[in-house]
Design a protein around this ligand. Structure first.
Ligand code: UD1
Length: 353
């Protein structure tokens, strides 16, 4: 059996790592393709090193562009790789443009696709990731879901039960493995109490007025707590383009995986619009306030520590005040978020050994 893994953007890397390792233990022939969607060393290379991912066998080096450009470039550059290497199955991860592009190529070539992190839905098609999720799941042959809501969503869309495997959350596999190392990094010299902020959704950062409103809320937060804000390149560009002032905040470059895990683990609160961070904080039982109106990861709200605050500055303030008074939601770890999801994926792909 020959498996090609396709990754491209930062949140893919912590998902592919445990699957690569689990399949290695089964002696499966594997090829790793990096599309090059993320290319800065601090968005890509450092994650490969820390997560123990081998150097990619193929780098498509597509770089940035509009959605159509990026998706089309990946498709054009990935097709010959598939034709040449003739995999039995291609595994794609999450909901980024690399995920949907590789899936489309394989569907047209009749190559089986497995989607890791299938079934998540925000029901908000203005999010590019939602479109990527819908298309990928409609075309994939094997759907690995992280939680039961994923199974329910797929069933409602008419996906046959035989294709769906509830395996748990592979991102948590990486977290479980590297948490001891992250704890050694701890707060990295930052103060004992701080809010950790990440922000990169186009819906939050591409509009000057909206970004300025969020920044105002963060300046409010900074009156109570140090605000650590590792900024995504997109966000950094937008802050500069809109000439927004950030002096009261501790703006940082993107932080490597292990250090970021340490920062999350020790944060008083995490304020974010990321998907994965909602899950990581739930596992770590750290309060998370999400600057979105909806989430494709509802289990982090129903079971975990996540609260959706959207654009509501008053809600952000009142939830923050609860947290500072020690009244934060405690939460539970969702079923099968146990560090063994990748093993379950490997057992589905290569049963019986
Ligand atoms: C992508 C994913 C998003 C994911 C996020 C995590 C899609 C549709 N979006 O969004 O789901 O949450 O990654 O980071 O796939 N840039 C750099 N260096 C890099 C990468 C990007 O400077 O290494 C800059 C470029 O100016 C680029 C911009 O960031 O135009 C956005 O990058 P892009 O890959 O298009 O989308 P993300 O916002 O990173």
């Amino acid at each position: 059996m020959h498996i090609i893994h396709v990754v491209g953007a930062r949140p893919n890397f912590m998902k592919v790592a445990p699957v690569l390792h689990a399949l290695e233990r089964k002696n499966v022939r594997q090829t790793l393709v990096h599309t090059g969607q993320h290319y800065d060393a601090n968005m890509s290379d450092i994650f490969f090193q820390q997560l123990g991912i081998p150097a990619p066998d193929v780098n498509l080096a597509v770089g940035s562009g509009t959605h159509a450009q990026q998706t089309a470039e990946i498709m054009m550059r990935f097709e010959p790789v598939v034709l040449d290497r003739k995999p039995d199955i291609v595994l794609v991860y999450g909901d980024v443009n690399s995920t949907v592009a590789a899936t489309l190529v394989c569907a047209k070539l009749g190559i089986r696709v497995g989607h890791v992190e299938a079934g998540l839905r925000s029901f908000d098609r203005s999010m590019p990731e939602e479109v990527n999720r819908l298309v990928t799941d409609a075309l994939a042959d094997i759907l690995f879901t992280p939680s039961e809501d994923g199974d329910r969503n797929l069933a409602k869309e008419g996906v046959s039960k035989q294709k769906i495997h509830l395996v748990g959350n592979v991102m948590i596999d990486s977290l479980v493995r590297l948490l001891p190392e992250a704890q050694r990094h701890g707060r990295n010299g930052f103060p004992e109490r701080y809010a950790l902020v990440t922000l990169h959704r186009p819906s939050n950062v591409d509009n000057g007025e909206k970004l300025s409103g969020i920044l105002q809320s963060l300046l409010d937060v900074s009156k109570d707590l140090t605000v650590l804000f590792p900024a995504h390149p997109r966000t950094r560009q937008r802050l500069e383009a809109f000439s927004l002032k950030t002096e009261q905040l501790r703006l940082l470059d993107p932080v490597p995986y292990v250090q970021f895990l340490g920062l999350q683990r020790n944060a008083t609160v995490v304020i974010t619009d990321s998907g994965g961070i909602q899950e990581e904080t739930t596992y770590l039982r750290v309060p998370c306030l999400t600057l979105r109106e909806n989430t494709e990861r509802p289990v982090t709200v129903s079971l975990g520590t996540n609260i959706l605050v959207g654009q509501d500055a008053a809600k952000l303030r009142s939830e923050l005040s609860n947290i500072l008074q020690g009244k934060a939601k405690q939460g539970f770890i969702p079923p099968l978020w146990d560090g063994r999801a990748a093993e379950r994926i490997a057992d589905v792909l290569v049963p019986g050994d």
